[in-house]
Design a protein. Sequence first.
Length: 323
Amino acid sequence: MLIRTPAPHDPLPSEITPRSAYLNRRAALAGLGLAAASPLALAQPAPAGGGKLAKLPGARSAVPGAVVMDKPTSYADATSYNNFYEFGTDKADPAQYAHTLKTRPWTVSVEGECAKPGRYGIEDLLKLAPMEERLYRLRCVEGWSMVIPWEGYSLSELLKLAQPTSKAKYVEFTSLADKAQMPGVRSGVLDWPYVEGLRIDEAMHPLAMLVFGMYGEILPNQNGAPLRLALPWKYGFKSAKSIVKIRFTETEPRSSWTKAAQQEYGFYSNVNPNVPHPRWSQAAERRIGEDGLFAKKRPTLMFNGYEAQVGQLYAGMDLKRFY
Ligand SMILES: Nc1nc2c(c(=O)[nH]1)N[C@H]1C(S)=C(S)[C@@H](COP(=O)(O)O)O[C@H]1N2
Ligand SMILES: [Mo]
């Protein structure tokens, strides 16, 4: 399948702001003497966190595409409507039960096809690279989406320290699975531990983010504390939460969702409005927080709106086959 690569002058979908919003902001900034400020200064300030967790500041990211102009989802919505099956399958379960998760001490082991395997404590990981704030869309395969200001840095910062060998074609991520802390792990709904995988070039892409916080605070447990992935161009389930192991492999890892339903969840799982899930269309989505009586569904964008950044990773691939 041919991937359309936007011409350099094409606006990125993430840069398209309604003209009225732009003019309003410009008028407001002009009043403050900031009219000549950079386009980034026009972006919406991120909403505040809940005020109960430790602060985790991050400077606005310079990675292209890392900041979208969409209105961020409220902190209340982003922390109460979650998928984290280790704490139950209902959207409200993680917020209710994840307080039993112990996030200190926490160690991530990096292993497999690499010259420098290692074990990293969470305090060291927090200091490994400068914290950046990135406003990413996250779209769940179920047909809803959120826009969240994440704090973290590119996953590649950690991966490159391990010096992956030429046999490292893929990276596998494993989440904690502890029955004592995670009531959902007693159920057989998934094959625990939760495992996800990426091709190594996807994992090394600057937009692939290792996340430690959101809304300027450390991650709430229900959102995957103390660290998780955020892969904005893939369906939400590729972004594993509460990671304890990262392994470089020569063969394609089998993810928990693919094991559970091979026909429904492929290895790639790139957001793609043109490839329906076997049981429903993926052409539109509901933005959480905008589900009032008159709220219209939004069209889902190719690669969730990040096509200009990641489209080249899939040039020449049949995305209907490699779904
Ligand atoms: N370990 C683990 N990671 C997980 C999940 C899970 O059940 N367990 N759910 C995934 C799914 S389906 C989605 S949509 C996102 C949801 O992230 P959020 O609750 O922070 O919005 O996390 C993903 N990561
Ligand atoms: Mo999801």
